[in-house]
Design a protein around this ligand. Structure first.
Ligand code: PGA
Length: 255
């Protein structure tokens, strides 16, 4: 059975004092997690080690980096490698968030390299994909997302891809308050699973968690989590508010 995951993405928000308080609140409020359910906190680099040690004793909690460099090491001032993350015990890393694609020019080819760096270092990549509004308006979203998978994720072998998590985040729904309907989410998640199945086979395709992201909040989590191919959420804005994110985790645990 594939895991159900509520992943927070803090992006470039919160001071350490605010982040610390948020983690304490979550740890105090969220229910004890079964093996099948997981909370992943994607926090800024300077907070990774602290959040990691704060959550260590709580089952079901993991941390993720929000990015890593596509090369192993070298003269790249200001960058962080997958090997560095692994050396401090970070188990997950977001790869290909649409904000990094847009503001940092990350191409499908660069993201393929990042996926390989993660796997080489035993870090599970959370591979983000999703179409812009213009593509959705043309009805080309299935082809667009399939290409993102083909040009990046498919660099991984069948053995490696089992380590990955996929997050489908339509760009028009990120931070806009406009969530995809549960029908739109389910249709795309099923499409992604079918694309995976053609390349990796039915068994693997059935094992990979596919999260939905884009304006997920307490009020729409139940409906999204009720979709058979939606295995959880990647949550931005609502993950910064303890009561909202706790409600999302509760919805996940009930699903
Ligand atoms: P949002 O962000 O929940 O604020 O829309 C989601 C994301 O970018 O991961």
């Amino acid at each position: 059975m594939r895991k159900k995951i509520a992943a927070a993405n803090w992006k470039m928000n919160l001071t350490w004092q605010q982040g610390n308080e948020l983690v304490q609140s979550l740890l105090g409020a969220t229910p004890s997690m079964q093996d099948t359910h997981q909370v992943i906190l994607s926090v800024p680099f300077p907070y990774l080690a602290s959040v990691s040690s704060m959550t260590k004793g709580t089952s079901g909690y993991q941390v993720a980096a929000q990015n890593c460099h596509h090369l192993a090491a070298g003269a790249y001032t200001g960058e962080v490698s997958a090997g560095m993350l692994a050396s401090i015990g970070i188990p997950y890393c977001l790869v290909g968030h649409s904000e990094r694609r847009e503001y940092n020019g990350e191409t499908n080819a660069v993201l393929a390299d990042k996926l390989v760096r993660c796997i080489e270092n035993s870090i599970r990549p959370i591979f983000c994909c999703g179409e812009p509004l213009a593509i959705r308006d043309q009805g080309q979203q299935n082809e667009y997302v399939a290409r993102q998978l083909q040009e990046s994720l498919f660099v991984l072998s069948a053995e490696q891809v089992g380590q990955a998590v996929i997050a489908y985040e339509p760009i028009w729904a990120i931070g806009t308050g406009r969530t995809a309907s549960s029908e739109q989410a389910q249709a795309m998640h099923l499409h992604i699973r079918q694309v995976l199945e053609v390349h990796y086979g039915q068994q693997l395709a059935g094992q990979i968690p596919i999260l939905y992201g884009g304006s997920v909040k307490a009020s729409n989590a139940d409906e999204l989590f009720a979709c058979p191919d939606v295995d959880g959420a990647l949550v931005g804005g609502a993950s910064l508010v303890a009561s909202e994110f706790t409600a999302i985790v509760n919805a996940l645990c009930k699903s």
